[in-house]
Design a protein around this ligand. Structure first.
Ligand code: NI
Length: 177
C-alpha cells in the first residue's frame, strides 16, 4: 500500500465530477489497490473520509472511518471502515443540522455546514455486493461531504454564511465548544 498525494482545491480533479466504477473495473487489481491506498492515505492524514477525486481519480469511490480518537474530529461516534462504490443517497431526513466541517483538499479551514441529520445510501462494497447504509449524525454528515466530492462539490459550496469560515487555529481558539 502507499500514501497518495491529496489534490487540493484548484486542482481540476476536485471539480471535474466522476464516473461510476464498472463491475469489470471493480474486480481489477488497480481499483482494489486504489481502495487500499485511499484507506492508507485517509488514515495518514487523520481524515474521517476521502473520495477518489481527492487522490486524482475521477471515479465514484469513497472510504470512511471514524474513531473517537481522531485528532481532527475527536469524540465522534465510531464508524468502522466503510468502502462505498457508486453511492447514491436514496432517502434523507428533511431536518438539517449545522456542524463544523473541514476537508483534506481545503486544508486548515473549517466552516459551519448544514447537512441532513439522517441519510440512506445505497452502493456497492469492494466485493461488488449491494449495500445500504443508514447513517445519522456525524456519519450522515461525512457521507454527504464525500458524496459531494463525487459531484465536484466541496463544503465551501454549502456554507450559508461565509462569516463562519475560520482557520483551524482560530477555530480552536474561538469556536471549538
Ligand atoms: Ni473533503
Amino acid at each position: 500500500m502507499s500514501i497518495l498525494k491529496i489534490s487540493r482545491l484548484g486542482h481540476p480533479s476536485i471539480r471535474r465530477g466522476t464516473e461510476p466504477v464498472s463491475s469489470e473495473e471493480l474486480h481489477s487489481r488497480e481499483i482494489q489497490r486504489l481502495i487500499d491506498d485511499m484507506v492508507e492515505t485517509m488514515r495518514d492524514a487523520h481524515g474521517v473520509g476521502i473520495a477518489a477525486p481527492q487522490v486524482h481519480v475521477s471515479k465514484q469511490i469513497i472510504v470512511i472511518e471514524i474513531s473517537p480518537e481522531n485528532p481532527r474530529y475527536p469524540n465522534q461516534v465510531a464508524v468502522p471502515l466503510t468502502v462505498l462504490l457508486n453511492p447514491t443517497i436514496t432517502e434523507h431526513e428533511e431536518i438539517t443540522e449545522e456542524g463544523w466541517e473541514g476537508c483534506l483538499s481545503v486544508p486548515d479551514l473549517r466552516g459551519l455546514v448544514p447537512r441532513w441529520t439522517r441519510v440512506k445510501v445505497s452502493g456497492l462494497d469492494r466485493q461488488s455486493q449491494a449495500v445500504e447504509v443508514d447513517a445519522k449524525g456525524f456519519f450522515a454528515r461525512v457521507i454527504q461531504h464525500e458524496v459531494d466530492h463525487l459531484n465536484g462539490k466541496v463544503f465551501l459550496d454549502r456554507l450559508p454564511d461565509l462569516n463562519t469560515l475560520t482557520h483551524l487555529r482560530e477555530y480552536e481558539q474561538f469556536w471549538k465548544r
